[in-house]
Design a protein around this ligand. Structure first.
Ligand code: PLP
Length: 419
């Protein structure tokens, strides 16, 4: 098999054989040759219906023709200029039209970079040090944000992060606004995924986001929404439009780049005017506002409309209710969480409302299911903690085929072949 040959080569030149940890799964990841629409084509000749979709950016599926044409045209005109150009102004205007809490935006190169910059900006604006994040929320590979665990259990999620860096990060339980009453420090910002997408899909409890807004209003802290997953995914205005809560700063990534590298942070004008060279909060980057990402993002964002979101949600509903029926018939206890075009199959009969409840799901059964699905031609992300996504390119036939294969995969898991 070509994938295993490539993996053998990769393992000696790339740490773990991959460029990002989640891509490594046991016994060995497949290697992708190409991708189009709802499908990934592997180096081994398999065609997989893809619900991983590169972890979220591909709302129109892989390589839609309109995007390929626009990007090729841009590449002919240059790939990076090191000067201002029109596409970055157009994309900024488009985001500002779509997300009313954003009046100015800075384009960077990844969601993590945007999160790191948003935290620096909040500290610069408030002249305070502490930030609050929530257990299980992920904001990129950023030292001060790679931390989870409540109270005495607070611990870094990586080696190489100093205690000093983590001193100013307070971690609270998600969906539990009453924990804010114990905060005695002056806080620069609350940073939150308005809908959690990094321990599987976890929805905010009614009123949770509003309580965060209230806390910030009464204490002078800034509210930062990390909409790297939810931005342009739940609606054109993101989770903040969906839940009607207005943050001070929003972090974007994924869909905003139309499948090309991107990150961005934007918000109120009085805050954003602190960003260099307008103000004294430093941010810079050779590839910031990269014309290829800007053109790709612009072409994707402009095409998104209510009808598309409605269609994505109904396809997701059909798929998820099909999963529920199959799992129920098979007597496998599960919670199939979905919102818009995001979903997660949690193998548990207990409600999932935060990281600690998500961790109780049966990862071993999920992994067997993942493996069986892969053998049958359906690609779910290889972790119970990652969300699945629906794209415009997924057809009704893809969904019927997925349900047939899901049913077979559940049978395989039940027989314990890979259990
Ligand atoms: C909510 C959230 N924030 C930030 C990030 C980091 O984005 P990037 O991988 O582009 O650095 C991710 C990545 O998955 C994410 O899900």
């Amino acid at each position: 098999m070509k994938s295993s040959m490539l993996f053998n080569r990769a393992i000696s030149v790339l740490p773990g054989g991959v460029s990002s940890p989640v891509r490594r799964f046991s016994p060995a990841p497949f290697f992708t040759f190409s991708a189009k629409g709802s499908r990934i084509f592997t180096e081994d000749g398999a065609s997989l219906i893809d619900y991983c979709l590169a972890y979220g950016p591909l709302i129109f599926g892989h390589a839609p023709d309109f995007l390929v044409d626009a990007v090729i045209e841009q590449i002919r005109n240059g790939t990076v200029y090191g000067t201002p150009h029109e596409a970055e102004v157009k994309l900024a205007e488009e985001v500002i039209r779509s997300v009313p809490s954003v009046s100015m935006i800075r384009f960077v190169n990844s969601g993590g970079e945007a999160a790191m910059s948003a935290v620096r900006l909040a500290r610069a604006f408030t002249k305070r040090k502490k930030i609050i994040k929530f257990d299980g929320c992920y904001h990129g590979a950023v030292d001060s944000l790679l931390v989870d665990g409540i109270g005495a259990n607070k611990s870094p999620l990586s080696e190489g992060i100093t205690k000093g860096v983590l001193e100013d990060t307070l971690v609270l339980p998600y969906n539990n606004a009453s924990s804010l009453s114990k905060i005695n420090d002056e806080v620069a910002a609350i940073l939150v995924e308005p809908v959690m997408g990094n321990v599987g899909l976890i929805l905010p409890k009614a009123g949770f986001l509003r309580e965060l807004r209230k806390f910030c209003d009464s204490t002078g802290s800034l509210l930062i929404f990390d909409e790297v997953i939810t931005g342009f995914r739940l609606s054109k205005g993101g989770a903040q439009q969906f839940y009607r809560v207005t943050p001070d700063i929003t972090i974007f990534g994924k869909i905003l780049g139309g499948g090309f590298p991107i990150g961005a942070f934007g918000g109120r004008k009085d805050i954003m005017e602190l960003v260099a060279p307008c103000g004294g909060m430093y941010n810079a980057g050779t590839f910031n506002g990269n014309p290829v990402s800007m053109v790709a993002g612009l072409n994707v964002i402009r095409r998104l409309n209510e009808e598309i979101y409605y269609d994505l949600a109904s396809k997701t509903e059909r798929l998820c209710s099909g999963f529920e029926e199959i799992l129920e018939d098979a007597k496998i206890p599960a919670q199939v969480k979905r919102l818009g075009s995001i979903f997660t199959v949690f193998i548990t009969d207990q409600p999932v409302r935060d990281k600690s409840t998500a961790k109780r799901a049966r990862h071993d059964i999920f992994f067997s299911l993942h493996r069986a699905l892969l053998e049958l031609g359906v690609f779910f992300p290889p972790s119970q903690f990652e969300c699945c996504f629906m794209s415009v390119a997924h057809s009704p036939e893809d969904i019927s085929e997925t349900l047939e294969k899901f049913s077979l995969a559940v049978e395989v898991v039940k027989r314990g072949r890979w259990g």
